[in-house]
Design a protein around this ligand. Structure first.
Ligand code: DX5
Ligand code: ZN
Length: 228
């Protein structure tokens, strides 16, 4: 992978919601490739966040693609609403949907790119049947539900396993392995080495002590050093 293929995605969960438009603008100026929008329903995960109206507001200000990380039980009916509200990529959890194939169909019919996520305790082979249907899988590197948690090192071998699975499923080599949770200056390198291509970071960017620009720069520098 070359340095410009590695993507940094800014997870808005850690942004200052009172200044969301400013945070989006600062993150874009700092060079993020994508935004990550965490929808939590209080059931699939023990936390509640935001939904379509806020997504619509985000999409009015963001020029980069928006990945909607759907941490919900049975989100099928809301998927077209997320796409209408500006979601470009819809990342569903394999543990949260009754029929993953049908849910991928719903995402495709709505006109978005499907991606499938697994929780830290879900084995990678759970994704095998849909690996050739999606160009992106997300290996969670913390238990989903909250920003600012510690990266779980046990998830590193899963990233490598997901890489092999996607290589087998996509002979054109066009796919992404995303990681989400605890991605910071110390952890981005090991996840890159394990095979990750798309690095989702919330507190590493929006809670960086020296500001959003410094947060993104540190992550980008680590990637460039590791890839050079
Ligand atoms: C956690 C969310 C993450 C979260 C990551 O359930 O899915 O996207 O924002 O936050 P950090 O980077 O702070 O771990
Ligand atoms: Zn997320």
């Amino acid at each position: 992978m070359s340095a410009n293929q590695a993507k940094i995605s800014a997870s808005l969960l850690s942004a200052d919601f009172g200044y969301l438009a400013d945070s989006i603008k600062s993150a874009e100026q700092a060079g993020v490739d994508e935004f990550h929008f965490d929808v939590m329903d209080g059931h699939f995960v023990p936390n509640l966040t935001f939904g379509p109206p806020i997504l619509e507001a985000v999409s009015r200000h963001a020029t980069k693609p928006i990945d909607v990380h759907v941490m919900e039980r049975s989100p099928e009916q809301l998927i077209p609403v997320y796409v209408s509200a500006g979601g470009d990529i819809i990342t569903i959890h394999i543990e949260g949907v009754a029929d993953v194939d049908e849910t991928i169909d719903v995402i495709l019919e709505a006109g978005a790119q499907p991606a499938v996520a697994i929780r830290p305790r879900t084995p990678v082979p759970a994704l095998r049947t849909i690996a050739d249907r999606v160009r992106r899988v997300l290996v969670m590197t913390v238990e989903p539900g909250f920003g600012g948690q510690e990266f779980l090192p046990d998830t590193l071998p899963k990233i490598n396993e997901a890489l092999s699975m996607m290589q087998d499923a996509h002979l054109d080599n066009v796919f992404e392995i995303a990681v989400d949770g605890g991605i910071k200056s110390e952890t981005i390198g090991p996840t890159l080495d394990a095979g990750a291509t798309t690095f989702i970071s919330g507190s590493g960017i929006f809670s960086h002590p020296n500001g959003i620009d410094a947060g993104v720069r540190v992550l980008r520098d680590r990637l460039n050093t590791a890839l050079s």
